[in-house]
Design a protein around this ligand. Structure first.
Ligand SMILES: Nc1ncnc2c1ncn2[C@@H]1O[C@H](COP(=O)(O)OP(=O)(O)OP(=O)(O)O)[C@@H](O)[C@H]1O
Ligand SMILES: [Mg+2]
Length: 294
């Protein structure tokens, strides 16, 4: 088991009053799982993802990631865990605007202490694997949304993490680019990468092997395996006794626009002025300079 949560609660304090956001979440994720988490805006999806990604800690409950009790870890331990074990993909890509795509993708290797020549070679290879070999010298503003997200996936995977966390990875993309991203996720999952993805779109969620729903801070797994959805009897055949299986929930409500995800909040509230130490701090200005090759 790569991840186990038991009775995880997360409260935020509003003045003196604690506001419960996650309530007794139990979650078990096996190696190679591909999980989609759905839920209305404000239901706690990003809050849960932040805890899974070791960006934030639970208020109570137990969280074991790859055999490590996360609540016992220091901030430094957590940044090492994030760097080694977790790749992050965000709705808005979080690429550094003044770095080329090649340098953006190579960045996690800089934190890992890999030499410049090697990290550039590995980054070029990673970009090739997402079909961007002809764009390595481009800057993020010179790429389409889908290309930016593919570059962000290459960056997330360059340190070969076992777990990929994606918070609405297709939320800013058109359908076709979203499908390309889903194709990449499927390939990564078939290589054994465990994926946990937040999405508001049912069609996107159905690429996963398990769908879970958060509602009012509680997490539930959908009872019907995803595969069964795809084999449902047609509605023209109401007599078919299999039609009783159609207990799918109503489609999600359209997503309210709350762009400021908890991930980005975690990044911008960090007050350390030195160079970033892990991949969750990309959004900070890099000491005003463009060059990260120290
Ligand atoms: N740092 C914080 N301080 C106080 N409250 C917070 C904080 N972060 C999140 N919340 C609250 O926790 C609740 C869940 O937020 P969260 O970002 O997890 O929702 P979400 O399900 O990801 O929503 P969306 O689909 O809009 O991204 C919200 O009511 C939000 O206001
Ligand atoms: Mg969110």
């Amino acid at each position: 088991m790569i991840l186990e949560m038991k009775r995880i609660c997360k409260d935020y304090s509003l003045g003196k009053e604690p506001v419960p956001v996650l309530k007794n979440i139990d979650l078990q994720v096996e190696e190679g799982d591909y999980i989609a988490i759905m839920g209305p805006s404000g239901s706690g999806k990003s809050t849960l993802m932040n805890i899974i990604g070791c960006l934030d800690k639970q208020t109570s409950g137990e969280f074991i990631l790859d055999g490590v009790d996360i609540s016992a870890c220091s901030d430094k331990d957590l940044s090492v865990i994030r760097n080694k074990k977790i790749g992050f993909v965000f709705q808005n890509f979080n690429l550094l605007p003044r770095q080329s795509i090649l340098d953006n993708v190579a960045l996690p290797l800089l934190y890992a202490g890999v030499k410049k020549k090697e990290r550039r070679a590995l980054a070029a290879e990673a970009l090739r694997s997402v079909g961007l070999e002809e764009r390595v010298r481009f800057y993020p503003t010179q790429l389409s949304g889908g290309q930016k997200q593919r570059a962000a996936i290459a960056r997330a995977m360059i340190s070969k993490p076992a777990l990929l966390l994606a918070d609405e990875p297709t939320g800013a993309l058109d359908t076709r680019s979203g499908e390309q991203v889903m194709k990449l996720f499927k390939e990564l999952n078939s290589q054994g990468i465990t994926i946990i993805m937040i999405t508001h779109e049912r069609e996107i969620a159905e690429h996963a092997n398990k769908i879970m729903h958060i509602r009012d801070g509680e997490l539930r797994q959908e009872q019907i395996p995803v595969e069964a959805h795809k084999e449902q009897p047609s509605v023209e055949d109401p007599e078919d006794e299999n039609s009783r299986w159609d207990t799918r929930p109503e489609p999600e409500q359209p997503h309210e626009t709350e762009k400021d995800t908890a991930h980005t909040r975690a990044a911008v509230t960090d007050t350390d002025d030195t160079a970033p130490t892990d991949m969750t701090q990309w959004e900070k200005p890099q000491n005003g300079g463009d060059e990260l090759d120290h």
